[in-house]
Design a protein around this ligand. Structure first.
Ligand SMILES: [Zn+2]
Length: 156
């Protein structure tokens, strides 16, 4: 992935309101800090599973205005959960073989299969948004000028 030389702007805004897209590494780092991948602003979470509709700093619509947008984040969540499950299962086999307690391993894997998707949910949601932004930079329709804009200091 590469950075995008274009700088999408808020429709009808002057150059001071431009929204430059950071490099992919910055997009992902901000997503892992649970901040807006584009501007690093926030707060953008309403709870552990919910996001605000738009970034309060840059105005990016976090679901990019598309129904079913978050299905991609669920896919990433599934991959992470299965990766954790596979790593723990294989690690337990390698470390404890042949004196392996299958019951303990089953309980551990079931607990991980339940807890991992919940624990990583907000991260996978914002990582998917960062991934999508890296391939599909914001378009004018992804932005808005919320009334609180200007009241929130940019944290860049
Ligand atoms: Zn933002």
């Amino acid at each position: 992935m590469s950075s995008h030389p274009s700088s999408p702007t808020v429709p009808g805004a002057d150059s001071a309101d431009s929204l430059p897209l950071p490099r992919a590494r910055t997009l992902f780092a901000r997503a892992l800090r649970l901040r807006c991948p584009v501007c690093g602003g926030g707060p953008i979470r309403l709870g552990w599973v919910s996001l605000v509709p738009s970034c309060p700093v840059c105005g990016l619509h976090l679901d990019r205005g598309e129904p079913g947008y978050w299905i991609g984040s669920w896919t990433i969540n599934l991959f992470v959960t299965e990766g954790v499950f596979a790593a723990v299962f294989a690690g337990a086999l390698l470390l404890a073989w042949p004196a392996l307690s299958w019951t303990a391993l089953a309980v551990l894997c079931i607990a991980l299969a339940i807890l991992t998707p919940v624990l990583v949910f907000p991260y996978t949601k914002l990582l998917f948004l960062a991934l999508d932004l890296a391939f599909r930079p914001p378009e004018p329709r992804d932005l808005e000028s919320p009334p609180e804009r200007g009241l929130v200091a940019k944290r860049r």
